[in-house]
Design a protein around this ligand. Sequence first.
Ligand code: LR7
Ligand code: MN
Length: 578
Amino acid sequence: SRLRYQYCKVIIATSMVWFLLDVVLLMYYTDCASNPSCDQNREVAPGGVAGNPPKKSAGLLDAILPKGIFKPAPPNLPGEMGKAVVIPPDLQAKSKEMFKINQFNLMASEMIRLNRTLPDVRMESCKHKEYVATNLLPDTSVVIVFHNEAWTTLLRTVWSIIQRSPHELIKEIILVDDASERDFLGRKLEMYVKELPVPVVIERMGERKGLIRARLRGASVAKGQVITFLDAHCECTEGWLEPLLYEIYKDRTSVVCPIIDVISDETFEYITGSDMTWGGFNWKLNFRWYPVPQREMERRGGDRSLPLRSPTMAGGLLSIERNYFYEIGSYDRGMDIWGGENLEMSFRVWMCGGQVLIATCSRVGHVFRKVSPYSWPGGVVNILNHNTMRTVEVWMDNYKDFYYKINPGVKQTEVGDLTQRLDLRKKLECKSFRWYLENIYPESQMPLDYYSLGEVRNKETNMCLDSMGRKSGEKVGMVPCHNMGGNQVFSYTKKKSLMTDDLCIDVSQVKGPVKFFKCHGLGGNQLFEYDKQTLQLKHSNSNQCLDKPNPSERDTPSVGPCNNKPSQQWVLGDIDLA
Ligand code: LR7
Ligand code: MN
């Protein structure tokens, strides 16, 4: 392996200047990538790292000068300026194989410099914004937790902070290793970070504790006035930090997130995200992006560079004043491995007097994955249910019914001791979940008021409306009632829509199929009058009634001229029309 290392060095030093599609180099990449002991990445990093001073500068090697002065982008290197990496055809099979290691294109990541350049993706009005002088802004510790992260993505996160933040604002970077099992994240990482131009601290969890407790550990050693959390596969762009710190400078109870741009898991292309979406959640308590409502645009006087008051946050990328982090209850130590903590913190901050902001002038890229790459000790479903139950039990009051009804079987999950979290809510004199929905999130997918929450049963057929797990634009299902909630839970809301999760029943054409559509809360095609005497669900716009499926449709309800046949009679579960 020592020999291979030398080999790597020689190859890099001699051919990297020309290379790009140089076959020799690409062969080297494959060798290096699959061999954890290969030190290719070290060479792409700063000169003199880990006692391996580059003998001869070969373009790449001194891309960063010793004092942290950065040269302009070397042209034509893969991934520079955030461009997509193209894997040549003969390496595609290999790159597919490597994809499984981290559930992203590891080969592409390894082809990109750790300090690659990125475009300035901010909207124009952000670029010249005046904040206060840097020395008035609070400084920050950046906490990055990781479990089995790839070398290149982890270090590219670190390098992007170094490259694009004022160093006087970075108190330190804290890397918290949540019991990774990869050798290169051990001593090699420790040696490497010693050479970096900002202080880097490495904390080791010893045993796998999950990201929530790992972040708590990171926070506990942080010395900055602010703690900034990042995932371990991010890239910060120009001017990312100042808008986050500035909001905290103005109001220490602000918890501030950047816009999270997309780093493609396939090509590592940097793709700008939208400033027109914010954080919400559905009945299953999944975090979801939803369009920013007109109301919020107007509150900001149409200025899109002003921070958004977001109902929830994605969770991975945020700045919070260090003392406020503890005052407001840090994280719930009872949560395991992954998930739920972002909604828990969002509800808590809003309900207990703070605010969650998205600073639209701050942009950080994140590698979004389709599949999770790690093990889930105790089982993924158990862990997610456990964490989410802790959130709903402590914060959601009666609105937790939505979660439980759409997730039959969750209640068997063990939730653990909640007394400390319930005490916290009392001590902080937090407002109700209803207050949160009314004031912070009136567009929520959970109706503020509703008549029913349960099945919608057809009198003639004894079949129930069923979402069938379908999406917006697809047909509503109707199958035998199973009495277990889940996909057969609908709410008849006080806005008179029939809603399941974040979808509403929508009839847009006369005689057309009965479909699901995103709830818009404006009545229209989504408005049904329920008559408790005749049991009809009358679609006002078309003046027709909801009926069993037409003979031509197997399992989709229909609409037709109202009559008094039992096929147009519906019994709504748990209804209270008072
Ligand atoms: O056991 C673990 N220990 C860890 O240290 C499992 C994970 N981790 C680390 C992991 O290495 C990574 O750095 O925790 C971080 C988050 O895990 P990811 O990247 O596998 O998941 P994700 O990007 O889907 O995570 C999103 O949701 C999580 C819910 O618990 C956290 O809040 C993540 O921080 C969050 N990420 C983001 O908000 C980035 C944008 C994604 C979106 C939407
Ligand atoms: Mn992530």
